[in-house]
Design a protein around this ligand. Structure first.
Ligand code: UN1
Length: 517
């Protein structure tokens, strides 16, 4: 067991040594799954935490049937009442913020401060959704015909499939689910097989609200193999929208399957986020932003900073300061409040990082710092590595790939247009940032000639977006937006209505169509 208060933590969150891997929600919704056992190992020490019995295809079918029935009922509830439910979910999350944040840390390895931040992100989006529940506005417009009224309405969409990744194991569920809930949809959640316990914990936390409002089927969860449960969700004609977070490779497969049945999708896939540092930048601020962006969550955010594109004149100074800061990063047990960086999620993340470093060297790049395995006393089975800084060129093949690990490339530029070109010259388009005090640079950066990413920042880093802005990317990052502004529209269907309250039947476009005498 982990050298943390595991037993106490698990019992607070209602997690047993063996858990069932499917539920339609609440205390009555648990399904006695019969698939193979999935053990969740902690990256903190490599030891098992607890396990889940995965769902079979048949058990998925039971959940999907219930989710569909629940949708037909739930859509009849007025949106502000659905908002009340989300408000109570937010209250429950506030109560469990610390233990749930700790479990996120234990199960995927981000430091406790970030684990708690992730739960805060759930609370924030819940509060946002509550406000939305009294909005969900459609617009009215003027008809060209007399005594006609035209307007648009937003109706509940249906059953939503939410497929999440290990790196934000609970927040991304809430981005999708809590918006979908105020929109009147039901949700089937398939969490990452690397983080099944946090998903079980979320279901336990919201269970009293589900029971109180008799919401069986509205908030479902199914843990199982991609080839069973993942495929079943994607190919299920009852599921109107699939929101998926993961690799570009997986996203392309899922998009193709969804396209076959013309289902909707939101895809939040790979990022390759850069920070441009101009010659006039505040280097101290840039340093702090790059440090959090590249090392936070052990470099495993979609928004993690992967490239620093820096003006030649300040490169040496900045890189020296960055290496100096990297030397001071405390790597160790992410539950220890004095630690800056925990483990990466598993052995394959270490393998990927080391392989990327080898490819980089083969292409003529140079490691300036890090990339070494770390043994943390007492946590010998954990997956610790020093974050790495490497000198690279944007043209290198390895630089075009997203390596989901704390590996940062330093890329030099001479003229500003070229820095923007380099930012955009990768297949992905999620997040990006510039550090400058030059208004010409920052305005060009934010213009249509600037960053081609879904997120473009000035004097703040690439990661750690607030929930109020729409979140998502372009190009191989996928499409669609989650959380803020009008992302909710994706969880509803739009209907245009024209009503004639006159006694004539004029046609639009001035067409006359009368029977000929
Ligand atoms: C992700 O990595 O999938 O902007 C989400 C951020 C967080 C969300 C990241 N608010 O870094």
């Amino acid at each position: 067991m982990c050298p943390v208060r595991t037993e106490e933590l698990l019992s607070k969150l209602g997690i047993k040594q063996k858990n069932y891997g499917a539920t339609t929600g609440g205390t009555k919704g648990l399904i006695k799954t019969t698939g193979s056992e999935l053990v969740s190992y902690s990256p903190v020490d490599g030891k098992p935490i607890a396990s889940v019995i995965q769902a079979t295809k048949e058990e998925y079918e039971t959940v999907a049937k219930k989710a569909h029935e629940a949708f037909l009922k739930f859509r009849m509830m007025p949106a502000p009442k659905r908002g009340q439910i989300v408000r109570e979910i937010a209250e429950a999350l506030r109560v469990y913020k610390e233990p749930l944040g700790e479990l996120v840390t234990l199960e995927m390895g981000k430091i406790k401060m970030e684990g708690m931040g992730e739960v805060q992100e759930m609370i924030d989006v819940a509060d946002f959704a509550v406000g939305l529940s009294r909005q969900l506005y459609g617009i009215t417009m003027h008809s060209e015909r007399p005594m006609h009224r035209m307007y648009e309405q937003w109706h509940p969409l249906g059953v939503i499939g939410v497929i999440t990744s290990f790196n934000f194991p609970v927040a991304v569920w809430s981005w999708n689910t809590l918006l979908a809930a105020v929109c009147g949809d039901s949700v089937i959640w398939k969490p990452s097989s690397k983080t099944p316990l946090t998903a079980v914990a979320v279901q336990n936390i919201i269970a009293p609200v589900v029971d109180k409002y008799d919401l069986d089927g509205v908030f479902s969860m199914v843990i199982g193999k991609g080839s069973d449960v993942g495929d079943a969700i994607v190919n299920d004609h009852r599921v109107s929208l699939v929101s998926m977070t993961g690799s570009t490779k997986m996203g392309i497969q899922i998009a193709q399957s969804l396209a076959k049945r013309l289902a909707k999708s939101i895809l939040e896939l790979g990022g390759n986020n850069s920070v441009i540092i101009a010659e006039d930048a505040d280097l101290d601020m840039a340093l702090r932003a790059v440090l959090f962006g590249a090392v936070g969550t052990s470099g495993q955010r979609c928004t993690s900073t992967r490239r620093v594109i820096i003006h030649k004149s300040v490169k040496e100074k900045f890189v020296n300061a960055l290496i100096n800061a990297y030397r001071q990063i405390k790597i160790g047990n992410p539950l220890d409040e004095n630690v800056n960086m925990g483990p990466v999620v598993d052995g394959s993340a270490i393998k990927d990082m080391l392989a990327a470093i080898e490819s980089l060297k083969a292409e003529g790049g140079k490691v300036l710092y890090g990339g070494e395995l770390v043994k943390v006393p007492g946590l010998e089975g954990g997956f610790y590595i020093t974050p790495a800084i490497a000198e690279a060129k944007n043209e290198m093949k390895i630089v075009k790939d997203e390596t989901f690990a704390p590996l940062l490339y330093i890329i030099e530029y001479e003229n500003f247009e070229d820095a923007i070109f380099k930012n955009n010259d990768v297949p992905q388009g999620l997040s990006s940032a510039i550090f400058t005090n030059n208004v010409r640079y920052s305005e060009m950066w934010l213009s249509h000639m600037g960053s081609d990413c879904g997120i473009a920042n000035v004097n703040i880093g690439t990661s750690g977006a607030e929930i109020g802005g729409a979140f998502g990317g372009e190009k191989e990052t996928g499409w669609g937006r989650e959380s803020g502004t009008d992302s909710w529209k994706q969880y509803m269907r739009r209907q245009t209505n024209t009503a004639n309250w006159g006694r004539d039947l004029p046609l639009a476009q001035g067409i006359k169509f009368d029977l000929k005498k």
